[in-house]
Design a binder for this molecule. Structure first.
Ligand code: ARG
Length: 279
């Protein structure tokens, strides 16, 4: 069996065991717990919006004791029939990787493990925009891991240093929408990365600090539709101006763990923004 999808296909993991059980980023505090019922409702809200856009949502089995498994963006980086599996920096999430492996194999993917000692957090830190892999590093993933993955794929990589602990994964501050357009919050990057983004992304859509903190950049693009957390009116207006239809959906329970729409999803058939190299 090989990975074969007839339309937009997204992997999600139900929020049944989601909660704030440890603190591995500044958004997380065990004293600010998530509400289990509300979390499930918000997760279902996101799933329904995606399904209304024609997305085939595939599910991964949730597991007690792995509260962040719900964030399937970190389950791997998909490229054609292969998935590069994560090597999580924090021990608390390391138990997820064997489950990711099984899940991808059951969907027909070939899974690839990075060499030991290289931290890599999947599509949370590695995002294609056109034929280039934009790669966040330092806080979670290592630059060497990104170079390794890009060499395996045979694509150009642009390493981007993340400098603000609140924007610890690339997908919290950068979101490719098409091969030429991306949302971003520039202050989350060092000077060099900011320059690289300006140079290599033809249409950069910048968000303000208050909307970045509402996870405006953590959006899911499906064709010309963009699903994002509620409370980002300026970005929504800008996206509408550019011909996108926006779908705000409240995901505040997940912000308590440092996540929002994009973190809760993983596109299995390839992002609309991605142009993969020919085999
Ligand atoms: N609590 C999780 C962590 O810190 C949140 C992960 C969010 N995922 C993402 N792709 N940004 O690892």
């Amino acid at each position: 069996m090989t990975a074969d999808f007839s339309g937009p296909t997204i992997l999600m993991c139900p929020a049944d065991y989601y909660g704030i059980e440890y603190e591995i980023n500044p958004w997380m505090s065990r004293s600010r717990q998530s509400d289990p019922e509300l979390s499930r409702q918000q997760w279902h809200g996101l799933r329904s919006v995606l399904e209304s856009l024609g997305v085939d949502v595939r599910l991964m089995e949730p597991v007690d004791g792995l509260p962040d498994l719900v964030f399937t963006a970190n389950a791997g980086l998909v490229c054609r029939d292969s998935v590069f599996l994560p090597r999580f920096r924090h021990e608390a999430r390391q138990g997820e990787t064997p489950l990711d492996d099984t899940c991808f194999q059951s969907h027909g993917f070939q899974t690839v493990s990075l060499p030991e000692g290289m931290n890599f957090e999947g599509a949370g830190d590695a995002l294609f925009c056109g034929d280039t892999l934009f790669a966040g590093y330092l806080i979670r993933s290592d630059a060497a891991a990104m170079q390794w993955v890009a060499a395996e794929i045979g694509c150009r990589v642009i390493p981007l240093q993340l400098v603000d602990d609140y924007y610890y994964h690339l997908d919290t501050c950068f979101c490719p929408l098409s091969a030429t357009e991306a949302i971003c919050f520039l202050p989350a990057f060092d000077e060099y990365a900011q320059q690289a983004l300006r140079e290599h992304v033809p249409e950069l859509i910048e968000v303000e600090a208050d909307e970045a903190r509402r996870f405006a950049c953590n959006a899911v693009a499906v064709g010309r539709h963009v699903v994002l957390n509620s409370g980002c009116p300026q970005l929504e207006a800008e996206l509408s101006r550019r011909g996108f239809t926006t779908h705000p959906t409240t995901l505040d329970e997940f912000i308590k763990a440092g996540g929002s729409a994009k973190c809760l999803t993983l596109r299995l058939d390839g992002e609309d923004a991605a142009v993969w190299p020919i085999d």
